[in-house]
Design a protein around this ligand. Structure first.
Ligand code: GDP
Length: 527
């Protein structure tokens, strides 16, 4: 690579920020996403993302189930420019749409924004998504939303982050008053006050101050609120964690921002600080060691496959995270698993509005590849010397069902369907050690629906799913495994690679098994 090209690549990588917003449904993710897109000028009207979320599209690009549920494919990834940065937001679907894909998507992010409702605090889905991010050790930024409503005190929320998630926090700003009494926000890093004005708080006045004791705050926010601010921030100065960028980068300390997405409170400061602190595209591990984003040659891996987007054509889109180099439309790359060169002819990039054909893209970007059925989750596409990226983790399923074909004569298609859909990552499959039953495991109910639908439509097999009462799965690593120790409210199964996995009906059964097998390790992800 000549020096000029090298500089272009380095600059392109430096300006990229690829992150996911993790939250529990209703915390305000759609609203926040939309406001960020508005800042970037990627959409003009608030309500657009929401409208997409709610509307039922008739376009051919929808899988039947998606049509019924109104899940947007195009909002899987959103890209926009702001303040010299190129931002990629990865969507993590919530609620009924929650699936293993949601977890896998997080492997494509370099950082996460954890969105929390000021009144509800840390909720169930946030905990799950947080844990996946925490395992990867990526930086996590916290945005406490809905400050215009009555909620918990900032100190209680910080305590909750530590108690429930085990992460220390450092407030970057601090609310002046709360709920109906919310006057504004004090920016601890820049030492400035953002004061809300007008009856509807629609205007924001920004005032630089000496520090939080500056008497001018009294004039602006009133004596009561100013005194409270001093009291709280003095406490924070003494008892709180100092800002430590190294800890933030390792995911050990989360910078916390307070605000209100719907009212634009604190959003701009959040975005600016976030872009400054969030990491640029990070290297990924491979069979050739770490692959740096500024490596000249293109490489990337598939982390999600959106299948059957058009039932008439059965085409799919494989989502690829670019790990290194520059992507150019029409380029030839090696599909390492199958050992063939393929041409990337019709790649798509995802914007808030429409899908665009992408001409060039760089490390950190996500592109959608038209997939006639040649890709699997975890596939590596590389230019030049061949290598493979580290396998994507398998996440612990929480919902289980015994599966059988309604028509035993269709056994062949049934088996083929199960094998392929497992390979694609649609479901996880297990076999019971005792009866050789087939048990499917998923993290979200939607995965069962997709499985049933695809078995019928692609393999012509009607399946019967019988829900099982297990709630936890743990991979067991032990010198010896005694099946008799997994009988009470649990069962022993093997995954597709032959690893032993124990399924438990409740936490008590799991505890008991752990106690009874002191030599074994019980893992939440496949070893
Ligand atoms: P999602 O399910 O996380 O995508 O949440 P939405 O963005 O759809 O928001 C859920 C609800 O919370 C909607 O009624 C929003 O209007 C509301 N909401 C979002 N942000 C705020 C906020 O800052 N303050 C208040 N009061 N409501 C908000």
């Amino acid at each position: 690579m000549n020096q000029a090209d090298e500089k272009v690549l380095r600059d392109e990588v430096d300006k990229r920020r690829t992150f996911a917003i993790i939250s529990h449904p209703d915390a305000g993710k759609t609203t926040l996403t939309e406001k960020l897109l508005l800042f970037g000028g990627a959409i003009r009207l608030a309500g657009t993302v929401k409208a997409r979320k709610a509307s039922k599209h008739a376009t051919s690009d929808w899988m039947e189930i998606e049509k019924q549920r109104g899940i947007s494919v195009t909002s899987s990834v959103m890209q926009f420019d702001y303040d010299g940065h190129r931002i990629n937001i990865l969507d993590t679907p919530g609620h009924q749409d929650f699936s293993e894909d949601t977890y896998r998507t997080l492997t494509a992010a370099d950082s996460a924004v954890m969105l929390i409702d000021v009144a509800k605090g840390v909720e169930a889905q946030t905990i799950k998504l947080f844990q996946v991010c925490a395992k990867r050790g990526i930086p996590i930024f916290t945005f406490i939303n809905k400050l215009d409503r009555e909620g918990q005190s900032p100190f209680d929320l910080m305590e909750e982050l530590e108690q429930v998630l085990g992460i220390r926090s450092v407030p970057m700003n601090w609310p002046i008053g709360m709920g109906r009494e919310l006057n504004g926000i004090y920016d601890r890093m820049k030492n400035q006050v953002e004061l809300f004005q007008g009856d509807d708080h629609s205007q924001i006045k920004v005032q630089k101050v000496e520090d939080y004791r500056d008497p001018i705050i009294k004039e602006m926010a009133g004596e009561y609120h100013a005194n409270q601010l001093v009291e709280e921030l003095e406490l924070l100065d003494v008892a709180g964690d100092p800002f430590d960028y190294e800890k933030v980068k390792r995911g050990e300390l989360t910078p916390v921002f307070f605000g209100s997405a719907i009212n634009n409170f604190g959003l701009q400061t959040f975005l600016q600080n976030f872009l400054e602190l969030a990491p640029k595209p990070a290297p990924r591990r491979s069979t050739e060691g770490e692959i740096e984003p500024v490596r000249e040659k293109f490489s990337g891996y598939v982390f999600k496959i959106q299948a059957n987007m058009n039932p008439a054509h059965r085409d799919r889109i494989a989502f690829l995270r670019i790990v290194s180099g520059k992507f150019e439309r029409g380029m030839s790359v090696k599909h390492v698993r199958v050992g063939k060169d393929i041409k990337l002819a019709q790649p798509q990039q995802f914007l808030a509005q429409d899908r665009d054909i992408v001409e060039t893209a760089y490390a950190g970007d996500i592109i959608g590849l038209f997939d006639p059925g040649i890709f699997r989750i975890g596939d590596s596409l590389v230019e030049g010397q061949s290598f493979e990226f580290e396998e994507l983790p398998t996440f612990s399923p929480e919902i289980f069902a015994k599966v059988t074909a309604k028509n035993a004569l269709k056994h062949k298609q049934y088996q083929k369907g199960i094998d392929q859909l497992t390979e694609e990552g649609t479901i996880q499959v297990f076999r019971t050690v005792s009866f050789d039953d087939t048990i499917l495991g998923v993290v979200g109910q939607l995965q069962f629906e997709v499985f049933e639908y695809r078995m019928k439509n692609e393999y012509g097999v009607d399946v019967q799913l019988q829900r099982q009462s297990f709630q936890f799965a743990r991979w067991i690593v032990a010198p010896e495994i005694d099946p008799s120790k997994f009988r009470i409210n649990s069962t022993l199964v093997k995954d597709k690679k032959g690893n032993y996995v124990a399924l438990f009906e409740n936490e008590y059964a799991m505890r008991t098994a752990i106690d009874k097998n002191p030599d074994a390790r019980f893992l939440e992800m496949a070893p």
